[in-house]
Design a protein around this ligand. Structure first.
Ligand SMILES: NC(=O)c1ccc[n+]([C@@H]2O[C@H](COP(=O)([O-])OP(=O)(O)OC[C@H]3O[C@@H](n4cnc5c(N)ncnc54)[C@H](OP(=O)(O)O)[C@@H]3O)[C@@H](O)[C@H]2O)c1
Length: 244
């Protein structure tokens, strides 16, 4: 029986881990999961690739192994791995950190989307690319120069890919997942007022229980991915729809 294939980045914690757990609960999915950390979980349907996605030359060499052959009825790529980067005003950013952030948040998903499209050309396979975006793609946030810019650029790349691929079996999404209770938010709260003027607002989100759980977001993302005919726009925000 044909199977579905999911290629997921950033599966070792946070939202990616919740997405992994959701799709592992779906019997028909084979999953290739890419992070630097290999998690302690064995399944015949899970292949973990340990890789630093900001090392682009290493990623380039490993691309063939990330996109396997097989008789799949649908193939899904979720570019989820991301980094908030150094939370500092522009003028105080390190070149190495800027390079790592652009590589991870923008170039790695571009490489993966590009290879995905060149690799799986059979028109009858359902293909879905879901790039995890952020509300920060649409508004300038002081201290998040690299984060806002890379997320905005990835959203535009997704829009172009969608415009170029009009086959009824291909779907492209740039999805803002809301504010999620993960390590990324914990890192954001470690910054200073001077570097990040919105710090107190983000501390309040946590203290007032306003962060959503990665599991709730994963369920919404999975609904979107498994019902793409209901979602016609490329730019999506999980806060804009409810589960049936
Ligand atoms: N949390 C939020 O409130 C929020 C809001 C809007 C958007 N987002 C977006 O949602 C996505 C997931 O965020 P999260 O909150 O779950 O973050 P997280 O808890 O920090 O997890 C990030 C994931 O990315 C992986 N990763 C980081 N650097 C990597 C690298 N160099 N190479 C390979 N994998 C790497 C990490 O695995 P390893 O460390 O094992 O490599 C981890 O699995 C990100 O794209 C983020 O921008 C999050």
């Amino acid at each position: 029986m044909p199977q579905s294939l999911l290629i997921l980045t950033g599966h070792s914690q946070g939202l990616g881990r919740a997405i992994l757990d959701y799709f592992l609960s779906q019997e028909l999915f084979q999953i290739i999961a890419v992070s630097r950390t290999r998690i302690d979980l064995e399944s015949p349907r899970l292949t973990q690739v340990s890789l630093d996605l900001s090392e682009l030359s290493v990623l380039e060499n490993q691309l063939p192994g990330i996109f396997p052959d097989g008789d799949f009825d649908q193939i899904i790529l979720i570019n989820n791995a991301g980094w908030i980067g150094q939370v500092k005003p522009i003028g105080q950013l390190g070149p190495k950190e800027m390079r790592e952030q652009v590589n991870l948040n923008l170039l790695a998903p571009m490489y993966l989307t590009n290879t995905f499209l060149s690799r799986y050309t059979k028109s009858d396979i359902k293909k879905i690319v879901c790039n995890i975006s952020s509300g920060a793609a649409n508004r300038p946030v002081e201290g998040w120069g690299g984060y806002c810019s890379t997320k905005a650029a990835l959203a535009m790349f997704t829009l172009v890919a969608a415009k170029e691929n009009k086959s009824p079996n291909s779907y492209f999404y740039s999805v803002a997942p809301g504010i999620i209770d993960t390590e990324m938010q914990a890192d954001i709260r470690k910054s200073t007022d001077a570097d990040f003027p919105e710090l107190n607002k983000f501390i309040d989100f946590k203290e007032q229980g306003k962060l959503v759980s990665p599991e709730d977001v994963a369920r919404k993302l999975a609904y979107l991915i498994l019902h793409p005919e209901e979602f016609t726009e490329v730019i999506q925000d999980v806060r804009n729809f409810d589960l049936p």
